[in-house]
Ligand binder design. Structure first.
Ligand code: AMP
Length: 224
């Protein structure tokens, strides 16, 4: 997998979008008793919605589909299928983005079957309308062209994965890299600036994982 269109999302964006989403939910007069965050992407938006909607009950379900940046697994799975009684409760299931919609559909079906809330609605900060198999009841932004949103809570893991992909491809043509050359190439590929701290931490991880080697201030990609 090569270059992917990517957009950087800031913490400020996340707060603004979550607040906007909360306003839409409030305007619809839905008052959830409990918020269910889809792990892991829904955690931060769900916590912010608790604040903006004045909801005290926050629980989670881990439905996993995309295991690394911009790379979907074949099938979504519920990772810890525990039992819970939500009868009589109005619930709100929250995720960051509806892309294929697979992980949310799986979570929704599991919750309705096993946790049995009185009502379940779905909210996401973003909804990629041309590809999603599910339209959330509430969304803040409709995305009409697919991109990978680089959210602040996956900044390190995405930078790591993106660097790994870029270096595995580019190292076919260039064996020896300086730090600045890596940063410049990353910018050419992804057109986002994740900042020096994340670059340095991601490069350190690549070395720890045995993917990069550092010798005399130069980096070498080690193909496996
Ligand atoms: P999906 O099941 O395809 O709707 O996506 C499951 C999860 O993967 C989402 O809740 C996000 O955490 C992550 N994800 C999927 N697509 C994107 C994207 N385009 N940008 C950022 N994160 C994504």
């Amino acid at each position: 997998m090569g270059k992917v269109p990517t957009k950087l999302v800031s913490w400020d964006d996340v707060v603004e979008w979550s607040r906007g989403l909360a306003i839409k939910i409030k305007e619809s007069n839905y008052r959830p008793d409990v918020i269910i965050a889809v792990a892991r992407g829904g955690f931060v938006p769900a916590r912010l919605l608790c604040d903006f909607l004045n909801v005290e009950n926050l629980i989670s379900i881990q439905s996993q589909h995309w295991t690394e940046a911009a790379k979907a697994a074949d099938k979504a799975i519920i990772k810890f299928a525990y039992e819970l009684d939500l009868s009589g409760k109005k619930a709100l299931l929250v995720d960051d983005i509806v892309d294929t919609g697979e992980s949310l559909m799986l979570a929704r079906d599991f919750i309705m079957k096993h946790w049995k809330p009185a009502e379940l609605r779905i909210a996401a900060l973003q909804w990629i309308s041309p590809v999603a198999k599910l339209k959330p009841d509430y969304y803040y932004i409709e995305v009409t062209e697919w991109v990978w949103f680089q959210y602040p809570w996956t900044r390190l893991e995405d930078t790591f994965q993106f660097l790994k992909r870029m270096l595995s491809e580019e190292s076919k043509y260039k064996a020896e890299w300086s730090y600045d050359e890596i940063v410049k190439k990353f910018y050419e590929w992804y057109e986002i600036d994740v900042g020096e701290t994340y670059f340095k931490d991601a490069i350190k991880m690549l070395i720890e994982e045995g993917i990069l080697e550092l010798r005399n201030n130069k980096y070498y990609y080690k193909s496996s």
